[in-house]
Design a protein around this ligand. Sequence first.
Ligand SMILES: NC(=O)c1ccc[n+]([C@@H]2O[C@H](COP(=O)([O-])OP(=O)(O)OC[C@H]3O[C@@H](n4cnc5c(N)ncnc54)[C@H](OP(=O)(O)O)[C@@H]3O)[C@@H](O)[C@H]2O)c1
Length: 248
Amino acid sequence: MALLKDRVAIITGGSRGIGRAIVSSFAKEGALCAFTFSSSSKEAEALSTELKAMGSRVMCERVDVRDYEGVKEFVEKVKEEFGGLDILVNNAGINKDKSIIMMTHEDWQDVIDVNLTGVFNFTKACIVTFLKQKSGCIINMSSVSGLSPLPGQASYASAKSGVIGLTKALAREVAPYNVRVNAIAPGFIETDMVKSLNENYRKKILDLIPFKRLGTTEEVAQGCVYLASDYASYITGQVLTIDGGLSI
Ligand SMILES: NC(=O)c1ccc[n+]([C@@H]2O[C@H](COP(=O)([O-])OP(=O)(O)OC[C@H]3O[C@@H](n4cnc5c(N)ncnc54)[C@H](OP(=O)(O)O)[C@@H]3O)[C@@H](O)[C@H]2O)c1
C-alpha cells in the first residue's frame, strides 16, 4: 500500500543529499512532489526526469528559501498545478562551521537566513492553506547539532535549535486545526555537507557513533515518510532523532 498516495508535497532543497532521497521516497509512496533547489539545476532536472519516467508527477524550480516573494509564487504554482497541498518538508540547509573567532557576521547571517528564516518563509506561505482545509503536515529538518552541538557550530546549532523551537511553538498553535508539525534531527549522514569533513575529524565522529557508521540519506527519508503518513496521525511537536545512537 502506498503510504502517501495522491498527497501533494513540497520539499525544499530536493536536488541533492537528504532532500533528493525524500523526493524519491515520497514519489515511490505515491505523492505528487514539488521540489526546489538553489543552484543545482542539472541534478534537479535529472531527478525530475527519472521520477517522471517511473510515472510520478513531479515539478521542480529554482527557489531561494530566503526570498519570500519567490517562495509565495512557487507555493501558489504548486497548488494550481497539482490541485492542492498536503505536506511541506523544510529540508534546505547549509552549514559554515568555524570557530567564533573566525566566523564573520555574513557567515552567521547566511546560516540563520537559509536554515531558520527559510523554514519560516515556506511555513508562512503554506500555513493558511493547511488551516483553511483543516489538515496538513509540516516536517522541519533540524539536526543533532540543534540538540547537542560540537565546537565550531555556533551559527548552525543556533539555527537548528531555532528550528526545534519553531516546530514546537507552531505545533501547539495549529493542532486545533488538525495540522501536525514535527522535526527530524539527523546525525552524520553521508551527503555533500559531510564530505567536506577531514579524515581525522571523520574518524573521531565515527568513534562517537554507537553504530560506527554514517547514516544514509534513505534512512532519513524513511523517517520523513513515516512522519508524513497516517501512521503518525497522533504525533505533533516532536523531534525524531535519526543518528545511529550518537545522542544517547
Ligand atoms: N548531512 C548531514 O549529516 C546532516 C545532518 C543533520 C542535518 N542535516 C540537514 O539536512 C538538510 C539536508 O542536508 P544535506 O546534507 O542533504 O545537504 P546538501 O547535500 O548540501 O543539500 C542541501 C540542499 O539544500 C539546497 N539549498 C541550499 N541553500 C539553499 C537556498 N538558499 N535556497 C534553496 N535551497 C537551498 C541545496 O540546493 P542546491 O543543490 O541547488 O545547492 C540542496 O538541495 C539540511 O537542512 C541539513 O542542515 C544534514
